[in-house]
Design a binder for this molecule. Structure first.
Ligand SMILES: C[S@@+](CC[C@H](N)C(=O)[O-])C[C@H]1O[C@@H](n2cnc3c(N)ncnc32)[C@H](O)[C@@H]1O
Length: 283
């Protein structure tokens, strides 16, 4: 199984950008972790694996939500994001005792069998080259009866926060080749039937996939232009802008700034989105 492209991505310029902007992302995504925690009814879990934990903000939320009897291991392939996660845990006084981090590919790392009673992930499980094999690997790390709970994005068309910048970019840039269906990336699990088949194929039972509306509030209380740039540089359009001519990039920034203007208030661009809240059980 080869996740080398994702390893490069999350350890290169993009991973560093996520690390640099972690505070903004953590604030914006906190409500989604909160919604998933409530929805999945995970009280009582004591040994938790947080897959694709990134900068660790939801790892700490999990530890706090579950209380002192729980330990949480955040696993991620991104060294820059794990550095942020470790620093965040140290600052919260949670490092090494209740919260720990591991740099590893969750899809093939050999976890001790049956060592977790909850697998949790906020947007961290859509990047596997071979999703079924990855979930088979994660399944063996869970004890019988363990829960799985993750969030993933619904299709691009249901997510105006991603569509609007894309439309602005396509006024100036050629449309990229559409990725093959279910290709690793933010929208890999957009098709709920496909996700269900991956999880059932890996052995999970009671797979439930619930539609959930969210608001993405981008920005750090700055002006519209800066906020629009943040959004373009962090969201799905960032991949298109990576090797783009600087003049074209500026044209995309202006088109996006104009498109975002009706959605900007009090220092943030607030746009609707749609996620799936996915739960399942082992055995
Ligand atoms: C969209 S980010 C989400 C980060 C974090 N869960 C959050 O919500 O802030 C996706 C994360 O998944 C991680 N990731 C991607 N593929 C992975 C893999 N095979 N094993 C572990 N982590 C992976 C990336 O490095 C990145 O940190």
């Amino acid at each position: 199984m080869n996740n080398s492209e994702q390893m490069e991505y999350w350890n290169g310029e993009a991973g560093q950008k996520w690390a640099d902007n972690d505070a903004m992302m953590a604030e914006m995504l906190a409500p989604i972790a909160g919604d998933l925690l409530k929805h999945a009814n995970i009280g009582g879990a004591t040994r938790v694996l947080d897959v694709g934990c990134g900068g660790g903000s939801e790892t700490l939320m999990l530890a706090e939500h579950l209380g002192p009897q729980a330990t949480v291991l955040g696993v991620d392939i991104s060294a820059p994001l794990l550095a942020v996660a470790r620093q965040r845990a140290r600052a919260a006084g949670a490092s090494g005792t209740r919260v720990d981090f591991l740099e590893a590919d969750a899809s093939n790392h050999v976890f001790a069998p049956a060592s977790f009673d909850l697998l949790f992930s906020r947007f961290g499980v859509m990047f596997f080259a071979e999703p079924k094999a990855a979930f088979v690997n994660l399944y063996q790390a869970l004890e019988p009866g363990a829960k799985l709970a993750f969030s993933c994005w619904q299709p691009l068309q249901e997510n105006l926060w991603a569509m609007l910048p894309l439309r602005a970019a396509l006024q100036h840039l050629p449309a990229p080749e559409p990725p093959p269906p279910h290709a690793p990336g933010p929208f890999a699990f957009a098709d709920a039937d496909y996700t269900r088949s991956v999880l059932a194929g890996a052995g999970f039972n009671d797979v439930d996939i619930c539609s959930h509306a969210v608001t993405m509030a981008w920005g750090r209380d700055d002006d519209l232009g800066t906020t629009a740039r943040d959004m373009l540089n962090m969201g799905p359009v960032s991949r298109l802008l990576q090797n783009c001519d600087p003049t074209l990039r500026e044209a995309v920034y202006s088109a996006a700034t104009e498109a975002m203007s009706p959605w900007f208030s009090a220092g943030k661009i607030r746009l609707p989105g749609a996620v799936w809240l996915v739960t399942a059980r082992k055995g």
